[in-house]
Ligand binder design. Structure first.
Ligand code: FA5
Length: 362
């Protein structure tokens, strides 16, 4: 029910279209004129009862349009279909305008009276979008899940033992210098890589093991465009009987092509990590320039993605795996770098700056 009047102008009730002596063309003109007039009245009406008056006057039993339809038999036979169509078109336009105006009146009435119409549809809150690092973590996880890997997690505050010692990096080992460490105590660190989770997983589980570990890492680094003091890695570990370096190469190539498309190439360069032997660094051909050289790849045509290698038998010694029986590969990719290349983000520091433009990208 609607209360009377909200400043409504009551509308003239009488029709002004004489209905005699008409030819086909004049009936068409009448239908057009009726439509124009009705739409004008609807536009001025601000009360539902006025709208109902208009409906009856033009489309009711004795309404103007109805009367034209009734007298269509007086027109020449060849004009009749066109007249019928024109009248129906006018009825449809008037009907839609009435509906729209009625809805507008109801909304206006609700806000004017300050009451709430609980039948109105709710307003959708603006939706946020996912951070590029979340997107890349999800996409990487999905690809590796498809390859048979499980996704596992590990602590960011880590024992020195898992972060270094059990990875074959004793206290005085120079390799510790390559990962400038935030110490929280003499034996507790903010993990410098996701590799400690390798050891945790192998302690808990016998082979076959096939896991990835996406997560946050920390290093006391001098920042530049591609180095931050906190960043994200994705560790991978595959241990079973007969795992080979060739599988590492094949799997990483498959991964690269799923993430960046079939044209991307992967190259492996010799490297050193105390917990893998042999060790490699692998790069993807630059996704921005296709390998020709550009600002993003510093004109090399390649992007450094990850360290990797075959798990060193010394690490198996810490978790009681038999190195005569099992072999495995491991890798640790920089997720921030992957997200930068995938979404064309120039500086790794944008990930930490709460810049909303970042959320508008993908
Ligand atoms: C490691 O951290 C090894 N744990 C990787 C590994 C795992 C080797 C398993 C063998 C077997 P590295 O320090 O090179 O390696 O780091 C790996 C990747 O992390 C780099 O290729 C780079 O993509 C990323 N990364 C390293 N430091 C930073 C940093 N400060 N900011 C952003 N990304 C970084």
């Amino acid at each position: 029910m609607f209360a009377a009047g909200c400043g409504a102008s009551r509308l003239a009730a009488a029709s002004s279209f004489p209905m005699k002596d008409r030819t086909g063309p004049s009936m068409l003109q009448e239908a057009e004129a009726i439509e124009t007039r009705a739409l004008e009245e609807i536009g001025r009406a601000d009360d539902p009862s006025d709208l109902e008056d208009i409906r009856i006057r033009y489309m009711g039993k004795n309404g103007d349009l109805t009367r034209i339809l009734r007298s269509v038999g007086k027109a020449a036979p060849e004009d009749r279909p066109r007249i019928g169509q024109r009248v129906n078109q006018a009825k449809q336009a008037i009907g839609e305008a009435l509906e729209a105006r009625r809805a507008a009146c109801e909304t206006g009435r609700e806000s004017a009276s300050g009451t709430l119409d609980v039948t109105l549809p709710g307003r959708r809150p603006p939706l946020g979008s996912k951070h590029p690092l979340t997107l890349i973590r999800e996409e990487v996880s999905e690809i590796f899940r498809d390859m048979g890997f499980s996704v596992v997690d590990g602590p960011e505050v880590e024992w020195d033992y898992y972060n270094f010692e059990a990875l074959n990096i004793p206290r005085d080992h120079p390799a510790r210098d390559t990962q400038d460490t935030f110490y929280l105590g003499s034996d507790i660190v903010l993990r410098t890589h996701t590799s400690p989770v390798q050891v945790r997983v192998m302690e808990q589980q016998q082979p076959p093991v096939r896991v990835i570990v996406p997560g946050r890492t920390y290093r006391n680094e001098n920042p530049d465009a591609t180095h931050a003091f906190t960043f994200h890695q994705c560790e991978g570990l595959y241990v079973d009987k007969g795992v080979t370096m060739a599988q590492l190469k094949g799997d990483m190539t498959y991964f690269a092509q799923r993430l960046f498309g079939g044209k991307v190439k992967v190259r492996f360069l010799p490297d050193f990590f105390p917990f893998t032997e042999p060790s490699v660094q692998y790069d993807f051909s630059c996704v921005a320039c296709g390998g020709g050289g550009c600002r993003i790849c510093k004109n090399t045509g390649w992007l450094e993605i990850s360290g990797a290698g075959m798990v060193d038998p010394a690490v198996f010694g810490f978790v009681d795996y038999d190195p005569e029986l099992y072999t495995g590969y491991a890798f640790g990719m920089g997720l921030d770098r992957l997200a930068m290349f995938k979404y064309g983000i120039e500086s790794i520091h944008m990930f930490l700056e709460n810049d909303l433009r970042l959320l508008e990208r993908p």
